[in-house]
Structure formats: C-alpha cells, structure tokens
Design a protein around this ligand. Structure first.
Ligand SMILES: [Zn+2]
Length: 114
C-alpha cells in the first residue's frame, strides 16, 4: 500500500504545492509537508501517532530487576520498550556508561528517512 507521504499535497490556504520536510522532536523524526508560500506545516499522521507512543514511554519511569547471570549482570527491559524498538529476536546492542550512575543502551533502530 502506498503511503500518504508519496502523494503531492497542496496547501489549503494558498493552493500551492507543498514541499516535503522532516521535523525532529525529542530526537524523533516526523515527516511533514511545508508550504513555502505561507509557511504552514502539516505533520505526517502516522509518524505523529508513533511520536505520541514514544512520548508516553518517555514519561514512564520503569523499575527493573538487575541480577547476576554467570560472570555478567542482566537487566530486564520492559516489553513496551522492546515492542516500540521493534526488537523481535536476540541481538547485539551497544551500551555505554555515560556518567557515574547512568547507563545508556542503543538499540540502533533504523528509522525511515525517505
Ligand atoms: Zn500556503
């Protein structure tokens, strides 16, 4: 099925064709259309829904278990985050100790950029 983003959208104010653009909110890329005449901007409805899902997850504060597994330690990542990051199988991910007491995990999910 073709995406709404594949079509040409005309501005409802000045009827001129809009230009495709990308808007970054909280590190999240949302595809958009912009009218270069009146500067009006429309966000892609699908991307906006996904952004809302992200914001809901971002607001949550998870409490997870840290436990020893052999010589390493393991944390349980909540399934909401795994679903959002579209992880479906065992994979190698990156992590770094950003500052004392703060660990970052990088799922390296490839976001659509077209
Ligand atoms: Zn316009």
């Amino acid at each position: 099925m073709r995406d709404v983003y594949d079509t040409i959208v005309n501005c409802d104010e000045c009827t001129k064709p809009t230009e495709k653009c990308e808007s970054i909110k909280d590190g999240f890329m949302i595809r958009c259309w912009r009218c270069n005449n009146c500067r009006k901007q429309w966000l892609h409805p699908g991307d906006l829904e996904e952004y809302k899902r992200f914001i809901e997850l971002k607001r949550k504060d998870f409490e997870v278990k840290l436990r020893q597994v052999g010589n390493s330690w393991s944390v349980s990542i909540p399934k909401e985050i795994i679903r959002f990051e579209e992880v479906s199988q065992t994979k190698v991910i990156r992590m770094s100790l950003d500052e004392p007491g703060k660990l970052s995990i990088f799922f390296q999910r490839v976001r659509r950029t077209y």
